[in-house]
Design a protein around this ligand. Structure first.
Ligand code: ZN
Length: 140
């Protein structure tokens, strides 16, 4: 990975860590932040927003996707996801299907705390997270 590629990725992960601070998770205490990079370079962030009626809650990844789509963006290069755990945590099943809808193929799952200013992460492909998936092409 080149130095410049490393920089944009670290910035994307840093934005996911910043928005993690806004997580509304009084029930799970499980904060999540996501930063979604659109094809024109715009970054949309999202955090998890829980609800006293549990099923109403929305994950960070889908918050970011909905913000982007509502602003007119539907093409994306990558998403970064971060929690408070010092291990990589992957998106839930609902979010994987949402990533699939918009063909978000590079999913960077970061560890909670940067080391020397750099976040450690693991890159997953959409195919790894949701193999043999159902997608929009079946409905066209
Ligand atoms: Zn989710």
């Amino acid at each position: 990975m080149s130095e410049s590629e490393n920089d944009w990725l670290n910035n994307l992960i840093r934005k996911s860590a910043e928005v993690r601070e806004n997580a509304h998770c009084p029930y799970s205490k499980f904060r999540v932040g996501a930063a979604l990079l659109s094809d024109d370079g715009t970054v949309y962030t999202g955090c998890n927003v829980e609800n006293a009626c549990y099923p109403v809650g929305v994950c960070a990844e889908r918050t970011a996707i909905c913000k982007a789509v509502s602003e007119g963006h539907k093409k994306f290069k990558a998403i970064a996801v971060i929690t408070d755990r010092e291990e990589t945590v992957t998106p839930c099943g609902l979010c994987r299907q949402s990533l699939r809808e918009f063909q978000i193929k590079s999913i960077y799952c970061a560890k909670a705390t940067p080391v020397n200013g750099k976040y450690e992460y693991r890159l997953f492909t959409l195919e790894e997270l949701l193999p043999h998936s159902f997608g929009p092409e079946y409905l066209l």
